[in-house]
Design a protein around this ligand. Structure first.
Ligand code: FE
Length: 292
């Protein structure tokens, strides 16, 4: 067993996305090799409805999976496969864009004006980038919450905690995604395969994310880990809540253009051409065309 050391602690950056949504990006700019197989993590929490009003009107995706995890408010979505629905607090929407999907995501704050959630992008391996798109809503009550031996609890969105498996199990890259809450002073230990990349994004309170590191991390901070197998977190005086992600790196070249992530520039240009010619969607696209 070797303790995972902290490679860096950074703070998510205010970013403007979609049709003018104010959010914070934890990672997903510059060189994202340290996060491979993940590409991006956006934090859209806030208490001003105007921040989210513009939403994310119809846009394409190809070559990735997106996982949206809601804490407060709702997101109404529609896609070119004909799916339409609303996800609310505690729900997860998991979308495999594969060969191509066109969708819209429209946030609607709760009655108190608050909105909260996260969107994680997971990359697809080269041989599955053009797979058939698929889509799933996971309701809050389908996501198990397990008590942790050192205190606190974990919601298991994907992967395994204390022997309990999360419902999002068919993601191509088999990532782990946990929402962990520790009360004051609680200790959390978690074993991660040596070759996986892992990070924690703190969403409340403070904690120590590696036993010999004097730096504390708090709300909006992203802790990126280096090598090692054993993650050890100690909650601060007010407790700490964080999202833990880890996954096996793909180690493949990345060609990234907005919502489309492929391996080569030629594949990006092909996607752009197909969008212009209306041949981007390989499966249906009826609902999207009806909305045009
Ligand atoms: Fe999207």
């Amino acid at each position: 067993m070797t303790i995972r050391q902290i490679q860096s602690i950074t703070t998510s950056r205010p970013t403007l996305e979609g049709a003018g949504v104010h959010l914070r990006r934890a990672f997903g700019f510059g060189n994202t090799a340290d996060y491979d197989p993940f590409l991006l993590l956006d934090d859209f929490r806030g208490d001003d409805p105007a921040m989210f009003k513009a939403g994310f009107p119809w846009h394409p995706h190809r070559g990735i999976e997106t996982i949206t995890y809601m804490l407060e408010g709702t997101v109404e979505h529609q896609d070119s496969l004909g799916n339409k629905g609303i996800i609310g607090p505690g729900d997860v929407q998991w979308m495999t864009a594969g060969s191509g999907i066109i969708h819209q995501e429209m946030p609607l704050p709760g009655k108190d004006g608050r909105m909260g959630g996260f969107q994680l992008w997971a990359n697809l391996p080269a041989n599955q980038k053009m797979m058939e798109p698929r889509y799933r809503d996971v309701r809050a009550n389908e996501i198990p919450e397990v008590a942790l031996p050192g205190g606190g609890c974990a919601r298991v969105i994907a992967g395994v905690a204390e022997g309990v498996k999360g419902p999002v199990g068919e993601l191509v890259i088999l990532p782990e995604y946990l929402d962990i809450r520790l009360p004051a002073g609680a200790r959390f230990q978690h074993t991660i395969p040596e070759d996986h990349h892992s990070a924690c994004y703190i969403i409340d309170g403070y904690g120590d994310f590696s036993p010999d590191d004097p730096r504390q991390a708090g709300n909006h901070d992203l802790v990126l880990y280096g090598k090692g197998t054993e993650m050890q977190v100690q909650a601060g005086v007010n407790g700490v809540r964080f999202l833990l992600i880890n996954g096996k790196p793909l180690g493949e070249p990345i060609a990234w253009y907005g919502p489309i992530v492929m391996n080569t520039q030629e594949e990006i240009q092909l996607a752009m051409r197909e969008l212009r010619n209306d041949t981007f969607i390989k499966n249906g696209g009826k609902q999207w065309r009806e909305n045009q």
